[in-house]
Write a protein that binds this ligand. Structure first.
Ligand code: ZN
Length: 403
């Protein structure tokens, strides 16, 4: 596997500046294109799975995190509060408290459950500068998060559905998980003390894992402070593991925020919160994708999907017209003409671009494209419209095969 920090710089995906600070990378246009495609894919998958998206602020009053329990169980990982006219404001360490408040802001009936609330939103972690590097250890994280507010009877189905979303996303992304972990509490005061609730939520997660037939490993000391979780682990080239996706069952925060819904009996009941992240941190997901694919992203994620290579200046207008048609179809395309070197040199420079269209006098004359694929395959000349609609289908289908 490759080092995403080195490739990130070579491919102009992201970088850092000491004046912004360590652990705070910025995304260059090519990296932003990858990230944008990834985020749009996640939103689309979530919309189809019945999630509705919200936006919430990246900070809140300290009191909010005192109620959620983050302040007492998680403050080591939080930024210090900012004083704002006598009020203490905190950069949020997670999205859950905001989502709990959004749920609480409206009355809910059991008919609305499971209520699935999703957001790709910012959160912050006060990592020490010694461990920061690239996109894997950052202080500002874009989290693909969601909370399902549901009845206890709906939890198992929601957990199962979340695992299925994760499985499908990994297929589209070309990611193979290293293992699945059932993360349980360990020793120490890091965890909310409510033995019965821990038992219930652990039993629910275990039941889903057992019935799914997935292989998993139970590990103590890796739970969230409010509940156990299923973690989908990925590994880098050196075998170092990290959690990418997670599904958690939480009885604690609904209690803390006094969440309720009106049941069929007309009285108020407490929902359960299922926290789930398909790709978790967008930064970590992109770092892994860079390393896994060595920069040769699946076409739907590639910063440039199609490159037009006119053989000589004569074909430059035809190449420009082809790029225009690609852009109209929503593809990311650019032209690399003879000013950028010999045809061989331009093909080498475009080696990570999934689709390379060499346009010679013949192609320009008959409006056909002879495509070279990134893997070295050369296709026979075909009508441009046909080529474009096939690429369009592969890209919108989030396929990992090139043709
Ligand atoms: Zn959460």
């Amino acid at each position: 596997m490759h080092d995403h920090r080195k490739l990130g710089r070579e491919l102009d995906l992201f970088d850092t500046d000491p004046l912004i600070g360590s652990g705070l990378p910025y995304w260059l246009p090519a990296g932003a294109a990858v990230r944008h495609s990834l985020e749009e894919y996640i939103r689309e998958v979530e919309r189809r799975a019945g999630y509705r998206h919200v936006y919430s602020p990246v900070l809140g009053k300290r009191e909010l995190y005192e109620i959620s329990g983050h302040w007492s169980h998680y403050s080591d990982d939080m930024f210090p509060p900012m004083d704002l006219g006598g009020e203490q404001m905190v950069l949020r360490p997670s999205l859950c408290p905001h989502h709990a408040l959004i749920f609480r802001s409206r009355a809910h009936s059991y008919r609305e459950l499971p209520l699935r609330m999703a957001e790709l939103g910012g959160m912050y972690r006060s990592e020490l500068s010694g461990v920061l590097g690239g996109l894997t250890r950052v202080r500002a994280i874009q989290l693909n998060d969601a909370h399902v507010f549901c009845t206890i009877d709906q939890v198992a189905d929601e957990v199962r559905a979340a695992l299925e979303l994760i499985r499908r996303a990994y297929r589209a992304l070309g990611i193979t998980p290293a293992r699945i972990r059932l993360s349980l509490p360990g020793e120490g005061g890091k965890y909310v003390a409510a033995p019965q609730l821990w038992e219930r939520s652990t039993a629910l997660l275990t039941e889903v894992l057992e019935s799914s037939g997935l292989e998993y490993e139970a590990v103590a000391g890796e739970a969230a402070f409010y509940g156990p979780k299923i973690d989908v682990q990925i590994a880098d080239g050196a075998g170092r593991e990290a959690t990418l996706s997670t599904v958690q069952v939480d009885f604690h925060q609904p209690e803390q925020f006094d969440l309720g819904y009106i049941g069929p009996d007309g009285s108020r009941h407490r929902p359960v919160m299922v926290h789930r992240a398909i790709i978790g941190s967008v930064e970590r997901a992109v770092a892994h994708l860079i390393e896994q694919h060595g920069g040769a992203f699946p076409a739907w994620l590639a910063p440039v999907q199609v490159v037009a290579l006119p053989v000589s200046e004569e074909e430059a207008p035809a190449a420009a017209a082809f790029v225009e048609r690609c852009l109209e179809r929503g593809l990311r395309a650019e032209s690399a003409g003879p000013a950028q070197g010999s045809l061989g040199a331009r093909i080498r420079a475009a080696r990570l671009v999934p689709y390379q269209a060499v346009i010679g006098a013949r192609e320009a004359a008959v409006d056909e494209i002879a495509l070279r694929l990134r893997d070295g395959r050369r296709l026979d000349p075909r009508p441009t419209g046909e080529v474009l609609s096939h690429i369009g289908e592969l890209v919108s289908g989030h396929r990992t095969d090139l043709w």
